[in-house]
Design a binder for this molecule. Structure first.
Ligand code: ZN
Length: 364
């Protein structure tokens, strides 16, 4: 199985890197215009149409027309016909893996025909360094923006046949694993509260300044800090699963916001906290890191995972949000509420495991 990881590096922009980006954007917009005016269909037809003309006109290296056609075509495809004309707005360039070379931490990009290639030193920390040093990884496409260079690394992962499954229950306060491990997530709530207070103070001071408001939203430290914190949690979960040879079973979270809509008896504050909670992000990170580490992942139906008895299967529809303990009215078993849910999630997983016996759990 092939898995891909994108690693982003900072670099020092120069007049030359800016020229590369601006030329690329100009070519993309030109290609879009040609595609629309001449009704060119498809990425390859577009490339064939622009190849010779663009190489002469913009004097760029032969790798460029293909990437330009690809980016232009994806913008056309994504474009909503009710909006104004499609165009490339941001300064962003993409080249395939055959266009560039990487010499440890220096990336080497082609640009103008007959001119020397551009060398850009990448800034890196320990984490990025581990990718640069790993000779077993394959390099994919490179994406360049005004401040970062993003390289896709890929590798063939062999999925190890798991010994057992582990169900993961995500809730507002914690992540609970069916093997008993638990991760406190109250920090996410605290960050939201902390930044929520700041935001309200900010809007009280600058009620109508749209430009400042956009800046404030864009440069959100809150998002960055939540993301960093969740990365640590998802890393620990995946490493644990790899060490114990577990297959990870996650809930499908499509309806989570629907479940927490108005009028379900929950307080407004709780609904707001839930709707801000990045459940999906944590799941994505787990799934992503697991794929990279060769740990199998399965998504299962999430309905009633907290209302069912993991011991006998009894469904307690009347279970209230406030009850933190699962007491089964049918078989009498007493369990932590979240652990019961995690057990149910684990049981719904269908990945074949070498050792599936779990004491007390019903088969299936
Ligand atoms: Zn029961």
């Amino acid at each position: 199985m092939k898995s891909v990881k994108t690693v982003s590096f900072c670099y020092k922009p120069t007049a030359q890197t800016r020229e590369v980006l601006e030329t690329f954007r100009m070519m993309v917009n030109h290609a879009i215009q040609i595609a629309l005016e001449e009704k060119v269909k498809g990425r390859l037809n577009l490339r064939n149409r622009i190849y010779r003309e663009f190489r002469q006109r913009y004097e760029v290296h032969s790798n460029y027309p293909y990437s330009v056609a690809e980016v232009a075509w994806s913008i056309i495809k994504k474009h909503n016909r009710w909006h104004r004309k499609p165009s490339a707005e941001r300064l962003i360039m993409k080249l395939d893996n055959e266009s560039y070379s990487l010499n440890y931490s220096i990336i080497c990009l082609p640009f103008r025909m007959g001119e020397p290639r551009i060398f850009i030193p990448l800034h890196y920390g320990d984490w990025q360094r581990s990718f640069l040093m790993d000779a077993t990884l394959k390099r994919g496409s490179v994406t360049m923006t005004e401040s970062t260079i993003i390289i896709a690394f890929s590798k063939e992962t062999t999925v190890v046949e798991p010994l057992m499954k582990v169900g993961i229950d995500l809730n507002e306060k914690s992540v609970v694993l069916s093997d008993g491990a638990r991760y406190d997530l109250s920090k996410v709530g605290r960050l939201h509260t902390e930044y929520g207070v700041r935001r309200r103070g900010f809007y009280a001071r600058h009620p109508v300044d749209q430009r400042l408001k956009r800046k404030f939203c864009k440069d959100s430290r809150e998002k960055v800090r939540v993301r960093q914190f969740l990365h640590l949690v998802s890393k620990k979960i995946t490493e644990g699963a790899k060490a114990k040879r577990q297959a990870i079973i996650l809930e499908e979270l499509k309806g989570i916001r629907y479940v927490h809509e108005r009028g379900n008896g929950e307080s407004r504050g709780r609904r707001r906290r839930i709707s801000q909670w990045p459940f999906g992000l944590l799941q994505q990170q787990i799934a992503y890191k697991a794929a990279w580490a060769g740990v199998p992942v399965e998504f299962v139906d999430a309905s009633n995972t907290s209302k069912e008895c993991s011991h006998c299967g009894y469904l307690n529809k009347g279970l209230k949000m406030t009850e933190r303990e699962w007491r089964c009215p049918s078989c009498g078993v007493t369990l932590d509420r979240d652990l019961n849910a995690a057990d149910n999630i684990e049981r719904r997983g269908t990945i074949p495991c070498l050792a599936v016996v779990r004491s007390g759990a019903q088969g299936g």
